[in-house]
Ligand binder design. Structure first.
Ligand SMILES: [Zn+2]
Length: 410
């Protein structure tokens, strides 16, 4: 029975706009050199001159590059310089807004947003692309849609942005009339038919989870996590989620709630599961493979698997290697395969926790966030290659001997 089995829709383009790196890999040397050169040239250029306007554009590009790399602090520094050189540089203002949203400097973000909006008419479509990202990350759906529509009207054709626009439009159609409540750790949006008492219990549950998971992953989330509670499945149908999915994490935690059901055990499990995805993504700088995501998310929802369950699942199919489990774990349209993949992901996490300790699993996630590859992170924390981990896990689960027996008696 996997009716409440949630998946992470890692492929959603929405992720790109909301990715914040936990620890930032060092920037490429050419970008650093370019920036050093910009500062040298800026030293003796009067603000407002034609040369300053050109230089301001170059600072904006460099700032945007740092922002895209997940370094909003450095981005802010460069974008403020861009703004100083040309106070009418709307794109610099929009990127500054986005950088401040990522840094949670919401007062500064509001200040620059107002200026960016004033400059938007004389700016190229790019400013609307960035403003759309700002609004979307604040869950201001209507503003995000308007900004991206304007981007498209002015000739913007980045397919990723057009996809995001389509997603926001779909989201708007089911979000009309939602209530909202913003807090430090979570910002809740919920359909009005969900009783406030249920929302309160959801909030309590998530806050308790937050404390535990923040301790495990060794980090808090960088901004108030958006949680959207839908009465029923309308949103999930719109994004074509399989019918056994009742929670999704795509930067926002989205959960389908039975308005009359209160906080059931299933709902609590889905909440913990999706919150774990938020932590894994942030702590790993969005570089965790699918099996690590889903294994940890299930572990945090409290699911455990016995060896006899493992044997049942892999009686007729062989487990996939870690590399084979990359990509789409959920296997749309193939429930048995999805079930096997999820079970294997959980079992591998249980093996790691048992043999190497919970700390080592958390460290693998954090190592990914520092720019180490999976093989390096595993070697560092467990001394194993991905292939060795897979082989030892099979031995631990006693799947190897079963396979040998089959081979000996075909
Ligand atoms: Zn999941």
């Amino acid at each position: 029975m996997i009716a409440a089995l949630p998946i992470v829709l890692l492929t959603l383009a929405a992720l790109a706009s909301e990715t914040i790196l936990a620890q930032i890999p060092p920037p490429p040397a050419d970008l650093e050199r370019r920036v050093a050169d910009l500062f040298r040239r800026a030293a003796d250029i009067p603000a407002g001159s034609a040369a300053a306007v050109t230089l301001s554009k170059e600072f904006t590009e460099a700032g945007a590059a740092y922002l895209a790399r997940g370094d909003p602090g450095r981005a802010t520094e460069l974008l403020e310089r861009a703004y100083g050189l040309d106070v009418e540089n709307g794109l610099a203002l929009a990127e500054l807004t986005l950088a401040d949203v990522r840094l949670e400097n919401f007062d500064a973000a509001a200040f620059y947003l107002r200026l960016a909006e004033q400059q938007s008419a004389r700016s190229p479509p790019e400013i609307y692309r960035v403003l759309g990202e700002v609004y979307d990350s604040l869950h201001r759906l209507e503003d995000a849609a308007l900004a991206w529509e304007q981007y498209q009207r002015l000739g913007g054709d980045d397919p990723q942005i057009l996809q995001q626009l389509a997603r926001v439009r779909r989201e708007q159609s089911v979000a009309a009339g939602q209530n909202s409540l913003s807090g430090e750790e979570f910002s809740f949006y919920w359909d009005p038919s969900i009783p406030e008492a249920t929302v309160t219990r959801v909030a309590q549950r998530l806050s308790a989870d937050y404390v535990e998971q923040a301790e495990f992953f060794g980090t808090r989330l960088p901004a108030s996590q958006v949680v959207v509670l839908y009465a029923g499945r309308a949103y999930f149908s719109l994004v074509s989620a399989p019918d056994w999915v009742s929670g999704v994490f795509d930067g926002k935690i989205r959960v389908s709630v039975d308005p009359d059901g209160g906080l059931t055990g299933d709902l609590a499990a889905v909440l913990s599961h999706e919150l774990a995805h938020a932590f894994v993504r942030y702590a790993s700088a969005d570089l965790a493979p699918g099996w690590l995501h889903e294994g940890l998310a299930q572990w945090w929802e409290g699911k455990r698997i016995t060896r006899s369950e493992i044997h049942d699942i892999f009686k007729k199919r062989s487990p996939r290697t870690l590399a084979e489990m990359e990509g789409n774990l959920a296997r749309r349209g193939d429930r048995a395969a999805a079930r096997a993949n999820y079970a294997e992901a959980l079992a591998v996490i249980e093996y790691l926790m048992e043999r190497h300790g919970a700390g080592s699993v958390a460290c693998v996630v954090r190592d990914l966030g520092t720019g180490r590859g999976l093989a390096e992170a595993l070697r560092l924390e467990t001394g194993l290659t991905p292939e060795e981990l897979f082989r030892r896990w099979k031995e631990w689960a006693r799947l190897t001997r079963a396979a040998d027996r089959t081979a000996a008696n075909p």
